[in-house]
Design a protein around this ligand. Structure first.
Ligand code: XIL
Length: 359
């Protein structure tokens, strides 16, 4: 047990106690040994990472929306290779509160139960964001006072529900534009930048121990957007707003890992923050070439190696288990092959690069 895992191990003890006998028939629990391991002859990637004091996570939903899912293989590889889990969509506003005051926790609870059964940490994602919020909320007309209440109700109900079970929450997601200005959206348009502070304060009031993160993309290297995140977080700290970490999403193009990643982590760590790489994927034009797969492997290695070099950086999560379960092809036309396993679950050079780095 390394020092950087201490908080997490305390939390999982609480989670194991809280989850008890599991739940209904839909709960996905299974032993650590899957029926179709990626490679039975090798040590799981998560084991190698844990020995280095690093959690290696993957995004997953209870019922992933990707066609042709082989759920046994998916869950087997997820629990064999990864020690952390982020719900890809199952903890977003539209899923958890589809009607006003009606909270639906079944799928998210099943994921948490699965994680606990497989000794995986869970990152909650995400409480306050401008996307994937329920239609009843965005289509209503609310005063600022009503919006403040709606924000408090959502954050308080959700964080209380999962109290003691999660490693971290992405409390506020993607609040900034690429030029560093505040991004417009449902919460900002009605409350101004106050919504950020409110979200963190309500989250802390509902769970005294979970780590509270600000999460964004294009803040991995030094630039106007990460400068703005830095100033924003320093300001929150100065005013006593509870914030424990910064999530660098890490949705990169091959060859696009910023050279200032280490310098950027250095300055956020100097604020006393934890740093998580929260949504790593490295996409390339498809069909992939051998040269690009090799460059991708080098890029994955450099991101994980950089994180390993900081005590503050103790978690790297990839945004999907295999190229079959990746948001990239449907979001960035002509791009794909962004993850560690290919769409048939075969190890890519990137998987091997991480294996060799960590072992
Ligand atoms: C993405 C999911 O992967 C998709 O399934 C969904 O349709 C849209 O959202 N930044 C985030 C994540 O914080 O929540 C997003 O996830 C990817 C970008």
């Amino acid at each position: 047990m390394t020092a950087r895992f201490r908080v997490a191990s305390l939390l999982v003890g609480a989670a194991l106690a809280a989850c008890g006998g599991g739940g209904g028939g839909d709960v996905i629990t299974q032993p650590n040994i899957p029926t179709t391991p990626v490679s039975p002859d090798t040590i799981p990637l998560r084991t190698l990472a844990e020995r280095r004091g690093l959690h290696l996570g993957a995004a997953a939903d209870q019922r992933p929306g990707y066609s042709g899912m082989d759920m046994t293989r998916f869950r087997g590889v997820l629990s064999r290779e990864f020690s952390a889990l982020t719900p890809e969509n199952d903890m977003k506003h539209e899923r958890l509160q589809p009607s006003r005051g009606v909270f639906r926790y079944e799928n998210a609870d099943s994921l948490v139960t699965f994680a606990v059964a497989n000794n995986m940490r869970v990152r909650g994602h995400t409480l306050v964001w401008h996307r994937q919020i329920a239609g009843w909320l965005t289509s209503g007309s609310w005063t600022a006072a009503e919006t403040r209440t709606l924000l408090q109700d959502h954050v308080t109900n959700v964080v209380t529900h999962f109290r003691g079970k999660l490693l971290a929450w992405d409390v506020v997601n993607e609040a900034l534009n690429d030029d560093g200005s505040m991004r417009p959206g449902f919460w900002y348009d009605r409350l101004g930048r106050e919504y950020i502070e409110l979200a963190f304060r309500h989250a802390r009031a509902a769970d005294p121990d979970v780590l509270l993160f600000y999460n964004d993309y294009n803040i991995e290297g030094i630039g106007p957007k990460s400068d703005s995140a830095y100033v924003m977080i320093r300001d929150l700290q100065t005013r006593g707003v509870p914030i424990n970490g910064i999530g660098l999403q890490g949705h990169f193009q091959v060859g696009g890992v910023p050279s200032s990643l280490a310098a950027n982590i250095t300055r956020f760590a100097a604020l006393g923050l934890k740093v998580h790489i929260t949504e790593l994927d490295i996409r390339m034009p498809t069909p992939a070439t051998a040269a690009q797969l090799q460059q991708q492997a080098d890029n994955y290695r450099s991101v994980v190696e950089t994180c390993l070099s900081f005590p503050a950086c103790d978690l790297v999560t990839v945004w999907g288990v295999s190229d079959h379960e990746s948001w990239v092809p449907s979001t960035f036309a002509g791009w794909g092959a962004a993850l560690l396993l290919d769409a048939q679950y075969a190890k890519k050079p990137a998987f091997t690069a991480l294996y060799n780095l960590l072992k």
